[in-house]
Design a protein around this ligand. Structure first.
Ligand SMILES: [Zn+2]
Length: 229
């Protein structure tokens, strides 16, 4: 909670811990979030139906599960974390998606991604910050509406993040701590946002949201998650 709240503090966004529920279920642990083991998300739905909290868009459920990670390695289809949908997708998607929000909103993380975990230098906690950024409506800093690698398009809809064509991790190792920014769109102002939580840079490099990202999150939390800002 300390790590989380310090990441969002400059935006005056504060999370309160309302409870932790520990459940032992090997099937959920191995299947949830692994596409080939839960293709139609049956196990994910079952887990969320059993463990999800109150039906309020402003309550954030964080699920910690396997997501394809064993104690020593990751399977080819492992994930670090994911959200179900963006908040505006639920809100604009009609009754079907509203049903999905009630049943399945939240952030699902692999247990190894939390601080003081298995991979000390690679997983420091900022993946949860990244996923909660999505939960609050942020896109990746390297998002465009054109094909990957393009510098054209509306990007992440945030004005003060530099235009970026590729995710940082395509050039850097997860254990890299040198944090040297690329400039994948040299004709646009600024280098790639290697320090930004919403890039895929090594975790040690990810230390900030921009004022524009905080504004977008506050607007979306207020509009689509009924949180007063
Ligand atoms: Zn992401």
């Amino acid at each position: 909670m300390t790590f989380l709240n310090s990441a969002f503090a400059l935006g005056n966004i504060v999370f309160e811990h309302s409870g932790t529920n520990r459940v032992i279920n090997e099937t959920w642990f191995t299947h949830v979030g692994v596409d080939e083991l839960d293709p139609d998300k049956t196990f994910e739905s079952e887990m969320k139906a059993a463990l999800g909290t109150e039906d309020s868009p402003g309550v954030l459920d964080v699920y910690s599960s396997g997501l394809g990670w064993s104690t020593t390695s990751a399977s080819p289809n492992s994930k670090v974390g994911y959200i179900t949908l963006f908040p505006f997708q639920f809100a604009l998607g009609g009754l079907e998606l509203e049903k999905l929000r009630v049943q399945g909103d939240g952030v699902t993380m692999t247990w190894v991604s939390f601080p003081d975990g298995l991979f000390e230098k690679a997983f420091l906690g900022s993946n949860l910050v990244h996923e909660i950024g999505h939960w609050a409506g942020l896109f990746h800093t390297f998002t465009t509406q054109q094909e990957p690698g393009s510098c054209e398009g509306p990007g992440d809809y945030v004005r003060d993040t530099p235009v970026q064509a590729y995710a940082a991790h395509l050039k850097l190792s997860a254990f890299d701590t040198t944090c040297v920014a690329q400039d994948t769109c040299p004709n646009n102002p600024g280098s790639d946002a290697i320090n930004n939580y919403m890039d895929y840079a090594p975790e040690a490099c990810r230390t900030e949201f921009t004022p524009g990202q905080f504004k977008r999150m506050r607007d979306i939390l207020s509009l689509y998650r009924d949180i007063e800002t």
